[in-house]
Ligand binder design. Structure first.
Ligand code: TYD
Ligand code: MG
Length: 453
C-alpha cells in the first residue's frame, strides 16, 4: 500500500515545503502555499542488469532530418515560434484570463484546417456550442478540425492515440486532471503531472501540442510558471484588456530566438495581425503638445516607434509624486536625477508622470533619451518638433551612449515619414550614409535639449 504524504506547494512558483507558511520562502508571495497529498512510491526496487535497454550513442552518429516545421498561417505567430510549429514540440501559451488565448489558437486551428492538417481542439472550459459561437465570429472552418470537450487526461490520451492528429490544442491545462492524483484540477501537482503525461505523448507520437495556461495574480490556480522548464516553447500573450492590441512574446524557445514579438489587434471577428506596429502605436499622437516625444525601441529584430509622454507640474505636497507607466519606474527616477544634476532643471519640487502611449511596455535603455526629452519638454512647456525621433541610452554623467542597430531604427523612422533623428554620436560614426532623413548626433543630454527644446 503506497503511503500518503502531505506536501505544501506554492501555487505561484511551485516551491515545495513540508509545513504550511504564510509567505513562500522562495518567491516571497503571501498566502500561496496549498496542501496537496502525494502518494509516495516504493522506491527500493533496484534495476537488474538485463532490464537496462537504453543505449548510449555518439553525437556524431546521430542523423538529423531537416526539422519539419508546420507554418501556422499567421506570420506574426510564425515569427515568434521561429518559423512555424516543430513537430513533436510542446508550446505553452500563457496569459491573463480573457486576453484572447482561446481566440488565437482557434484561429491557428482554422488556418491549419484550411491547409488540411488534422487537428484536435480539446476544451475543458467551454461547451461545443460555445466554441461554435466563437468559431462563427472567426469564419468558416475546414473539415479537418475536430473538437472534444473533456477534462480527463486518460480519455484524451486514448483519443489522441486512436486518431493521431498532427496538432493538439489543450484549452486549458488548469482544467485537466489525472485520476491517479488526488489533488484538485489546477493544483501544482495536477498541472505538472498532466503536462508530463502530454509531454510523453508529444515526444512519443511526434504530435505538436499547444497548451493554454492562465496566469492569475491571486495564485488560486497554479500558474504556468511551474511548467516553463518542461515544455519546449513558452509564449506569453499580453496586453491591456481595455486596449485593442495584444503582444505575443516568446519567453523560452528551444527551436528559435526568444526576443521576437508578434503584434495583434482584437477585432470583432477575432485577432488581426498588425504588420506595422509603429504606425499603430503612433496613431492618435497629439500635435504641438509639450511633453510628447517619439522614441525608437527594438523588439528582437524589429524596430518599434512609440510615443513617450511626460507631464511635469509643480507639486502641492512636500513629497512629489512620480509614476511611470510602460517603462521602469526606477529608471525614470534616475533620469530625473540626471536632468536635475547635469542639466540644472529643478525637478525636485515637481510631480512627474511618464507614460508610453498605447499601453505597451518597453524596457530597452534606448528609450532613455526619449524619456529625458519628454520630461524636459514638459518642464519647459515647449513642444518638440513632431517630425523628429530619438534614441540613445543615457548614462549617469548625462552622456548619451550608443545603442545597437541604429541603422534599422533610422530606416523605420524614415519609412514613417520622420525627417530628423537625434542619435548618439558614437552610433553615428559607425553608420553608412543614409539620405532622406537628417541625422543629428549628440554627445550629452544637454546637447539634445539645447538642440530641440
Ligand atoms: P478569449 O479567447 O476567450 O480569452 P482567453 O481564452 O484568453 O481567456 O477571448 C477573450 C476576449 O476577446 C473576450 O472578452 C471577447 C473578445 N473577443 C473579441 O473582441 N472579438 C472576437 O472575435 C472574439 C472571438 C473575442
Ligand atoms: Mg479561453
Amino acid at each position: 500500500m503506497a503511503k500518503e504524504k502531505i506536501v505544501f506547494y506554492c501555487q505561484s512558483c511551485g516551491a515545495e515545503s513540508s509545513k504550511w507558511m504564510g509567505q513562500c520562502p522562495s518567491c516571497k508571495e503571501w498566502n500561496t502555499l496549498v496542501e496537496e497529498v502525494v502518494s509516495a512510491k516504493k522506491g527500493n526496487k533496484s534495476i537488474s542488469r538485463q532490464e537496462i535497454k537504453a543505449k548510449v550513442t555518439k553525437i556524431k552518429d546521430i542523423k538529423t532530418a531537416e526539422e519539419a516545421r508546420i507554418p501556422t498561417g499567421m506570420a506574426e505567430l510564425d515569427r515568434v515560434l521561429g518559423g512555424g510549429i516543430v513537430t513533436g514540440s510542446m508550446i505553452l501559451v500563457g496569459g491573463d484570463p480573457g486576453i484572447g488565448k482561446s481566440t488565437l489558437l482557434l484561429q491557428v486551428c482554422k488556418n491549419l484546417a484550411d491547409a488540411s492538417r488534422n487537428i484536435l481542439y480539446v476544451s475543458g472550459e467551454e461547451s461545443l456550442q460555445q466554441i461554435k459561437i466563437r468559431a462563427e465570429r472567426i469564419g468558416e472552418f475546414g473539415d479537418s478540425l475536430s473538437l472534444l470537450c473533456e477534462t480527463n487526461l486518460e480519455v484524451i490520451g486514448e483519443i489522441v492515440k486512436r486518431d493521431l492528429p498532427q496538432i493538439v490544442v489543450i484549452d486549458s491545462i488548469q482544467t485537466m486532471y489525472n485520476e491517479t492524483i488526488s489533488s484538485a484540477p489546477g493544483s501544482v501537482s495536477q498541472v505538472r503531472e498532466s503536462t508530463g503525461h502530454l509531454l510523453q505523448m508529444a515526444k512519443g507520437l511526434g504530435i505538436a501540442f499547444f497548451i493554454i495556461g492562465h496566469v492569475t495574480k491571486e495564485g488560486v490556480v497554479a500558474g504556468p510558471r511551474v511548467l516553463e522548464h518542461m515544455v519546449d516553447t513558452v509564449l506569453y500573450f499580453e496586453g491591456d484588456r481595455h486596449a485593442a492590441y495584444r503582444i505575443l512574446r516568446g519567453v523560452k524557445n528551444r527551436f528559435g530566438s526568444t526576443n521576437e514579438i508578434g503584434v495583434f489587434e482584437m477585432r470583432s471577428f477575432g485577432l488581426e495581425e498588425v504588420e506595422n506596429p509603429s504606425e499603430f502605436m503612433l496613431g492618435g499622437k497629439p500635435e504641438g503638445a509639450s511633453g510628447s516625444v517619439v522614441a525608437c525601441s527594438m523588439e528582437g529584430s524589429r524596430p518599434i516607434l512609440l510615443e513617450v509622454q511626460a507631464l511635469v507640474c509643480r507639486s502641492n505636497f512636500g513629497m512629489p509624486r512620480r509614476t511611470a507607466a510602460g517603462c521602469d519606474f526606477n529608471r525614470v527616477n534616475l533620469l530625473m536625477a540626471v536632468l536635475e544634476k547635469r542639466v540644472g532643471l529643478k525637478l525636485g519640487t515637481c510631480d512627474a508622470y511618464v507614460n508610453i502611449a498605447g499601453g505597451i511596455k518597453m524596457n530597452e535603455p534606448a528609450i532613455d533619451l526619449g524619456i529625458v526629452l519628454a520630461l524636459a519638454s514638459s518642464y519647459k512647456n515647449r513642444p518638440v518638433d513632431e517630425k523628429v525621433i530619438c534614441f540613445g541610452e543615457v548614462g549617469l554623467s548625462g552622456e548619451v551612449r550608443a545603442v545597437s542597430m541604429a541603422e534599422q531604427r533610422i530606416l523605420e523612422a524614415k519609412k514613417l515619414g520622420f525627417t530628423a533623428c537625434i542619435l548618439p554620436e558614437a552610433a553615428k560614426s559607425a553608420l553608412p550614409p543614409i539620405d532622406g532623413i537628417r541625422l543629428q548626433a549628440v554627445k550629452s543630454v544637454k546637447d539634445a535639449i539645447d538642440l530641440l527644446i
